[in-house]
Design a protein around this ligand. Sequence first.
Ligand code: HEC
Length: 109
Amino acid sequence: MRRIVRSFIMIGCLAVSAPALAADGAKLFAEKCVACHGPKGEGTPTGPAQKGNPFITKGKPADIKKVLMEGRAGVAKKYPDILVGMPDGLVSATEADELVKFLQGEMQK
Ligand code: HEC
């Protein structure tokens, strides 16, 4: 009996934690990035285009992830015409991995 109760508790925990672990790149982008990078990644006055951007299409996933995790501001900035910087702390490491996959994959179609 005790064993059965324990397995039910375990199954319950798995069911609750699974959706929290699965991060969807497209959804994350819509929630956290479109304000500056545009709904289709086309860019806005406060963020460079993601679609067709060689930093994304030809870049290394690790380099893109670094920008997502650490942001890019001040002297590190690459786009002087855009007055703001890329904020840091927007996403977790897992979310950054999902976003890199989305940016290099689905977004470029
Ligand atoms: C407050 C506006 C803002 C938000 C929100 C924002 N970004 Fe940015 N992002 C920028 C700016 C500005 C830059 C360019 C910084 C510079 O001059 O180098 C940038 C740069 C980038 C770059 C590097 C592009 C390149 O050509 O080097 C990537 C990749 C990126 N952002 C992805 C994202 C993702 C993914 C999100 C959502 C998690 C996000 N950004 C949210 C403003 C923003």
